[in-house]
Design a protein around this ligand. Structure first.
Ligand SMILES: Cc1cc2nc3c(=O)[nH]c(=O)nc-3n(C[C@H](O)[C@H](O)[C@H](O)COP(=O)(O)O)c2cc1C
Length: 305
C-alpha cells in the first residue's frame, strides 16, 4: 500500500499532515529549538501576540497542578506585535513548516490592526484568540458572544488575505452557534478548545492557588469534554475544525478526528514530551496503514452514534 494521504488544507494553507502545535505552549519556538523535528508537523501556532507588549498576570503562581490537569493564568504575556514580527517570526519561519500567528486584542480594531501588520509577513495563517480566560479585557469576552466573535472575524477578514482560524472557548452554552457565526463572518477554520475556566483554593490560607484567582484548566480531565465540543461544532460548520484538549498520543488525536476534526493540535503534552507531536503523527500514520485507510479525510467525522 502507498503511504496514506494525510494532507489537510485550511483556506490557502496546505499542511502535509494534520498535526499542529497549540498556541502558548511552544512560545515563539525559541525554547524548543532542537528538542524535536518540529518541521515535520503540519503547522506550529505561536504564542498569542497583542499590539502592545504585555507583562501578563502578576508574578506568583501562574500555573498550578490539579489532580487531573493543570490550571494556568499567564495573562497573555507577550513581546507585542512589532517585536514579534521583527525579532521572533524570522527564526520561527526557519522551522520549515507553516507558522501560524495567534493574535488577541481588547477591541475589534486591535485584532484588525494585528492582522493587517501580519499580512505582508511569512505567516501561513492567523489564529484569532477570542477565547483566553485569563485577561480582564478582550480575550474570552469576545468568544462568549456569537455576535462579538463574528465582529472580530469579519474585521480580521477585511484586514488580511491570509487564512483565518477562530479559536473558540468552551465556556459557553452553545459553542456551535459561536462557530457558525465565525464561519459566516469569513473564518476559514475554527479551533477548539481553549481552556475551561477553573479555580483551586488553598484551604489553610483560603486564597486561590493561582495569583490571578481563576484560570484555565487543561489536562486529561478536559479531553472528553473537548471531544464532545468538537463533535458538536463539526456537525454545525462546513469549514475544517481543529481539535485540541490534551492530546498525548495518536489514539487521543484519532478520537478528535473521528469526532469531526480535520486537524489536531498538541498542547500541554509538549511539557512532558517535546516530541509528543511527532509521536502523535507517527501513530496516526501507523493507524491509517494498519486499518488500510488511504486518506485521513476518510475517517474525519466518521463516528457512528
Ligand atoms: C501555559 C498555557 C498557555 C497558553 N497560552 C495560550 C495562548 O497564548 N493562546 C491561546 O490561544 N491558547 C493558549 N493556551 C491554550 C492551549 O493552546 C490549548 O487550547 C489548551 O491548553 C487545550 O489544549 P491542551 O490541553 O492540549 O494544552 C495555553 C495553554 C497553556 C497550558
Amino acid at each position: 500500500m502507498t503511504a496514506p494521504d494525510t494532507a489537510v488544507s485550511i483556506g490557502s494553507m496546505s499542511m502535509k499532515n494534520p498535526v499542529m502545535i497549540a498556541s502558548g505552549i511552544f512560545g515563539y519556538g525559541d525554547e524548543f529549538r532542537g528538542l524535536a523535528e518540529y518541521g515535520e508537523l503540519g503547522a506550529l501556532v505561536l504564542k498569542t501576540v497583542t499590539r502592545q507588549p504585555r507583562e501578563g498576570n502578576p508574578p506568583g503562581h501562574r500555573t498550578v497542578e490539579t489532580p487531573a490537569g493543570m490550571l494556568n493564568a499567564i495573562g497573555l504575556e507577550n513581546v507585542g506585535l512589532e517585536a514579534f514580527v521583527r525579532d521572533k517570526l524570522p527564526a520561527a519561519l526557519e522551522y520549515g513548516t507553516n507558522i501560524v500567528a495567534s493574535i488577541a486584542g481588547e477591541a475589534v480594531e486591535e485584532f484588525a490592526e494585528c492582522a493587517r501588520a501580519l499580512d505582508g509577513t511569512g505567516v501561513a495563517a492567523i489564529e484569532i484568540n477570542i477565547s483566553c480566560p485569563n485577561v480582564k479585557k478582550g480575550g474570552m469576552a469576545f468568544g462568549v458572544d456569537a455576535g462579538a466573535s463574528a465582529e472580530v472575524a469579519a474585521a480580521v477578514r477585511a484586514a488580511t488575505g491570509k487564512p483565518i482560524i477562530a479559536k473558540l472557548t468552551p465556556n459557553v452554552t452553545d459553542i456551535a452557534g459561536v462557530a457558525v457565526a465565525c464561519e459566516r463572518a469569513g473564518a476559514d477554520a475554527v479551533s477548539l478548545v481553549n481552556t475551561f475556566s477553573a479555580m483551586a483554593i488553598d484551604v489553610e490560607s483560603r486564597r486561590p492557588l493561582l495569583a490571578a484567582g481563576s484560570g484555565g484548566l487543561s489536562g486529561p480531565a478536559i479531553r472528553p469534554a473537548a471531544v464532545y465540543r468538537v463533535y458538536q461544532v463539526a456537525q454545525a460548520v462546513e469549514v475544517p475544525v481543529i481539535g485540541m484538549g490534551v492530546i498525548w498520543n495518536a489514539s487521543d488525536a484519532l478520537e478528535f478526528i473521528i469526532a469531526g476534526a480535520s486537524a489536531v493540535a498538541v498542547g500541554t503534552a509538549l511539557y512532558a514530551d517535546p516530541a509528543a507531536g511527532n509521536r502523535v503523527l507517527n501513530g496516526i500514520r501507523d493507524y491509517l496503514e494498519s486499518h488500510s485507510i488511504a486518506r485521513l479525510s476518510d475517517i474525519v467525522g466518521s463516528v457512528e452514534l
